[in-house]
Design a protein around this ligand. Structure first.
Ligand SMILES: C[S@@+](CC[C@H](N)C(=O)[O-])C[C@H]1O[C@@H](n2cnc3c(N)ncnc32)[C@H](O)[C@@H]1O
Length: 261
């Protein structure tokens, strides 16, 4: 376990985080009430798929202030041409963490544009620094909840593909409603994908892969299958940790089906 605020390798329902005004960071176990349980039988309209973490370091603030503006979206409805300065296929990565996959995608597919989103500012700040080094003019970054972004700012049939790599598994039964792959979010993804679009999901948690298959089987607009690992995606992070722990990496593709009349 580490107290690095940019480390995403922790179960969000069981976090420690650095605290302390000036001195060294002190690990403090978060109280369970910060991931509130849902009352039995209650399905609220919106359930967060993430937990907000810690305060921002000066390094994070500096990276966001210095490098963020050039890669941020203009306010208001998402306008790909305005955001990227050209018209090209656009891919959305949800929960990009440190952004290694998004940067690699941008470098491998310069003819595409990629928008990388996360709520975890320190991770995105690291991504901004790495993206700056890598160049990648076809990468934009948005800090925030992808669900709200899609609901409020994205028009129908916007994205060629959506990437969801190593989503928080929310292992405990009482947290299953927080898993990103859910009926409501599949509805949203179906709306914002272009016809023939797809969602790529990778997870080192077999139960989460089963969860995805079950949710998709119950959804009218998607069909799920196992696919080859994308060769462009870096093998570090959760993938490397999963393999080192003896777990299988599940690579799934959810294909958008035509809408039935
Ligand atoms: C387990 S981490 C994986 C990060 C990255 N994909 C990787 O492979 O290193 C899951 C990430 O999803 C982000 N996340 C969860 N729900 C989200 C949402 N609704 N909108 C944006 N990001 C979200 C979390 O903040 C976290 O950074």
């Amino acid at each position: 376990m580490t107290d690095d605020p940019t480390d995403l390798s922790r179960d969000p329902s069981d976090l420690t985080e650095p605290t302390g005004q000036n001195g060294p960071a002190r690990p403090v176990r978060r109280k369970e009430h910060q991931v509130p349980e849902l009352p039995a039988g209650v399905t609220p309209a919106r359930v967060r798929t993430f937990v907000r973490r810690g305060r921002l370091s000066s390094l994070t603030r500096d990276r966001v202030e210095r490098l963020g503006p050039a890669r941020s979206l203009p306010e208001g409805p998402f306008d790909a041409a305005a955001a990227f300065g050209r018209t090209a296929p656009v891919v959305l990565e949800i929960g990009c963490g440190h952004g290694h996959a998004a940067i690699a995608y941008a470098a491998a597919f310069p003819e595409h544009d990629i928008l990388a989103m996360d709520v975890h500012t320190p991770g995105l700040a690291r991504m901004l620094a790495d993206a700056d080094e890598a160049g990648v003019p076809n990468l934009r970054v948005e800090i925030g909840d992808a669900v709200l972004f899609l609901e409020d700012r994205v028009a129908d049939a916007t994205f060629e593909a959506v990437h969801l790599f190593f989503p928080d598994p929310w292992r405990k039964q009482k947290h299953t409603k927080r898993r990103f792959v859910s009926p409501g979010n599949l509805d949203l993804l179906a709306r914002v994908l272009k016809p023939g679009g797809h969602v790529l999901v990778a997870t080192d948690q077999d139960f989460y892969a089963e969860h995805v298959f079950a949710e998709v089987a119950a959804h009218p607009r998607f069909e799920a299958q196992r696919v080859e690992r994308p060769t462009w995606r870096p093998g570090d992070g959760f993938e490397a940790k999963g393999i080192a722990a003896g777990r299988t990496i599940n690579e799934l593709r959810l294909d958008l089906l035509p809408q039935r009349p």
